[in-house]
Every structure is written in C-alpha cells, then in structure tokens.
Design a protein around this ligand. Structure first.
Ligand SMILES: [Zn+2]
Length: 270
C-alpha cells in the first residue's frame, strides 16, 4: 500500500471488508475491530476531523509518537460499518510524548459520542511492534472467526503445534500464505494489558494470533490481505470439521509435502 492512502479508496475498502466479516458470521453484534495507520492521510485531511478529547494511554507507546490511526469505535457493528464507515470510526493521534492521545470524529459524517475500541491497547501494541521491526503493515484486524474458535474448543487441541499441523495439513495454500502459522494465546481477559502483551509476543514469530475461545488477530499491508489470511485459515479449519463430521479422520498433507510447500512459499516471499 502506498504511504499516501487515497481516503476515498480506504473508506470503500473498509466498508467492503466489514461487510465480508459480517457475511462470514464472524462479527455478531459489535464483535471485531479494525485499525489502520493513516499518518499521511490525516496530515492532509485533518481539517475534516474535529478533536473531541485528549486521553491518557494505558501505557506509553513511544515509538508511535505523532502516529495517527483510523479505528473502529467501541460498540460499533461491522454491518453498520459496511454502510457508513465514518459514522462508526474515529481517528486517534498519539501525542509527541507517546503518553496521551487525541480523539477525532469526522465533522460531516461522524459521531462525537463514540469512543475507540476497547481493544485499543492490543491494536497500539501491535502497531508499535510493526514500527519497531521496520515492516510496512498498516492494518490490524480482529474478528470472531467461527471456524478457528471452534477448533480451539476441542479438548485435545490446545497447542500451537497441533493447531498449525491441522491447518497446514488441510490445503496446500495454507502454508504458502500463512508460512509462519498461527500463534496461540490461551484464554485471557479481553481488553487487558496481559492479552495485548501475549498477542504482541506471538506476532513476533507468527502471521496470525488466535485467542483461545474468542477470535483471531491479523496484520497486513491492506485490509484485503488481513481478511484473506483469516479466510484461508478458516477454510482449512472448515475442511477439518467437514471430514470429522463425515465420520473419518482427515489424512492431511505429509511432512515431506509440507516441506516442499514451505520452500515454495519462501521463493514467493523473497
Ligand atoms: Zn473480540
């Protein structure tokens, strides 16, 4: 994604992807949240946004000084976001000290009574990790991906190794597009600093993070790519459940086949 995001395109993509999350049944009621780093766009367009308030951050984010993010509001529904994204999102700008942030709503289409997502610490922690490693992802997406939640409800599937073995084994493209696999975070209280820290730790070595019995986090350069990664993982989980429901144990790909696919994925990503 170019650094200078065309706002109209971004708004259209948010609406489209929010609609997909809802249609996939991964976004019941107000489930899920999205943040997009928008520094350049916000510098150009900040006249269209009005500052509502200044708040303290739950912990300092020094690497995010002066960064701006478009983020879903707490309580907002993906099905509403699909129709009117600006009425369900806010911009937050981190102050130069990395300890406070300003909240803005869109003057024409926004709602000044909104508050940022309750998962703000996790979103900011992930964006800070992206900044620290100098990578170019701009999007952080959380959704209640049903198939993956169901997978970690299984009493014998409680380890990262087992989850990835199942998902990679069900379809050749899973290991190609999710080569670092899913990091697994055993159950922790949503919205807490502990779950934010555990998620960031897992994202250091994985493409996605699965919160036990809750949902999934994806990071990417675009909203479509973040969605696709979750969609691919869910496809594999669905195949596994279909085989089980039909009464047989899925064979899965062999270790040799997975090794070949991983080598292919490394060529793709060079
Ligand atoms: Zn959630």
């Amino acid at each position: 994604m170019k650094r200078n995001i065309a706002f109209r395109d971004l708004k259209k993509e948010i609406a489209e992807i929010a609609g997909f999350l809802w249609k996939k049944s991964w976004a019941e009621k107000n489930a899920g949240n999205i943040s997009v780093r928008v520094d350049d766009f916000f510098k150009v367009h900040n006249g269209k946004w009005k500052e509502i308030k200044i708040l303290d951050l739950p912990e300092p984010f020094p690497l995010l000084a002066d960064a701006s993010f478009l983020i879903t509001a707490t309580g907002s529904r993906m099905r509403d976001l699909a129709k009117t994204p600006l009425a369900n999102m806010l911009v937050i700008r981190i102050h130069a000290d990395g300890k406070k942030y300003s909240v803005y709503f869109h003057k024409k289409n926004g709602n000044k009574n909104l508050k940022p997502s309750s998962e703000l610490p996790t979103h900011l922690g992930i964006h800070q990790l992206i900044t620290a490693r100098g990578s170019r992802e701009k999007v952080v997406m959380h959704t209640h991906a049903t198939e993956l939640i169901a997978l970690c409800q299984h009493p014998q599937i409680k380890s990262e190794t087992e989850i990835n073995r199942i998902l990679w084994g069900m379809h050749p493209e899973t290991i190609i597009f999710i080569p670092k696999g899913i990091g697994f975070v055993p159950y922790l209280l949503p919205g807490s600093i502990q779950i934010a820290e555990a998620t960031i730790e897992k994202l250091k070595k994985h493409d996605l993070v699965l919160w036990e019995k809750h949902g999934v986090f994806s990071i990417s350069k675009t909203l479509s790519d973040a969605f696709d990664q979750i969609d691919i993982a869910c496809k594999s989980a669905k195949i596994w459940f279909m085989c089980k429901s039909a009464g047989f144990e899925p064979e899965g790909l062999t270790n040799e086949q997975l090794k070949q696919l991983k080598e292919l994925s490394e060529k793709f990503n060079q």
